[in-house]
Design a protein around this ligand. Structure first.
Ligand code: MN
Length: 318
């Protein structure tokens, strides 16, 4: 009998199986995102998760290069169960692969965005949707370029402490705080259908943008924001970018630019569930910086968010 015939002998990260829950011991085995099999050939894959461990564009604390590895490890705790409260398991319903990390020359910083765009475009061309694990928030811009090339201008749904609308007209700059400005200037996003959630910093001289903003105080103020966010996003394609610093540092201290007054994990979990039905076509989870983390709590939050993003992506397709 081959080892893989016995349920407890399966190591899903290398089994080649594309669907099903993971039953390995949480603390052992080859680590992959939610125990999905690693694959570079994405034929027949519905969604590929890929790490982009680039963090040279941060304003303050680096370390997000270790984000994908930490999120994968934290995710092994969840691989045996459906995500809570969704009523279905995207792991059983869809063929989801871990496409591994994107390789790049860490010393050729200005070349990295182009490589990310080509990497994500390759996943989309293979017919799979793409979930990027960052990396700092600069990785969202080339991912948006790849998605806009396929779908046209998308609605941006951004969970973030920062609006990332700081002025930056130098295309050669690689900055984690200006991707929204550049995305608007490049016509990658439809601002009138875009929403920012959880922001709580001022941007001096911010341009007119037209993006709907539910800042952190609006979320803390209560009320059911889900329907209001869905109404702005409309029926067209949505790209979700999730900066882990939308959480209060009490929930996610391991990040590059923490800001007090942030969202709780419970608030974000409820909001993501309330968005079921949007046409999510792509996403990223960025700015998890394990060297500044404690007890793995930021990576755990990132893994939960990424799993709920899978559920949200699959909702209309299930
Ligand atoms: Mn941020």
């Amino acid at each position: 009998m081959a080892l893989e015939d016995a349920k407890n002998e399966i190591d899903r990260a290398i089994s080649g199986a594309t669907t099903g829950l993971g039953y390995e011991n949480v603390f052992s085995g080859v680590v992959s995102f939610l125990r999905r099999s690693y694959a570079k050939d994405l034929g027949g894959v519905d969604l590929a998760v890929t790490g982009v461990p680039f963090d040279q564009a941060v304003t303050h604390r680096p370390g997000a290069r270790f984000g994908p590895r930490a999120i994968r490890e934290a995710s092994t705790l969840m691989a045996g169960d459906a995500p809570y409260g969704w009523g279905y398991s995207p792991l059983e319903r869809f063929r989801i692969a871990d496409a591994g990390d994107m390789a790049f020359d860490y010393a050729a910083v200005s070349e990295v965005p182009g490589r990310i765009e080509a990497h994500v475009a390759g996943i989309l061309e293979a017919g799979a949707a793409c979930l990027v694990l960052g990396g700092d928030h600069s990785v969202a811009l080339p991912s948006l370029r790849a998605h806009a090339a396929k779908y046209g201008p998308v609605a941006l749904l951004q969970f973030d402490a920062h609006p990332d609308t700081w002025t930056d007209d130098d295309r050669s700059r690689v900055d984690h705080g200006t991707f929204v400005y550049k995305a608007m200037k490049e016509g990658l996003i439809d601002a009138t259908r875009s929403v920012q959630v959880g922001t709580r910093v001022e941007v001096e001289g911010e341009i007119e943008h037209g993006i709907t903003r539910f800042d952190a105080r609006a979320v803390h103020g209560g009320g059911d924001l889900g329907p209001r966010i869905r109404e702005v996003l409309g029926a067209g394609p949505v790209y979700l970018t999730f900066d882990i610093d939308v959480f209060d540092p009490a929930f996610a201290p391991g990040t590059g630019t923490p800001v007090w007054g942030g969202l709780t994990t419970a608030q974000v979990g409820s909001l993501l569930r309330a968005l079921a039905g949007i046409d999510l076509v792509g996403a990223d989870v960025v700015e998890v910086s394990p060297p500044f983390d404690h007890a793995g709590m930021t990576a755990l939050a990132g893994a939960h968010v990424a799993y709920d993003i899978l559920a949200l992506w699959g909702w209309n397709r299930r």
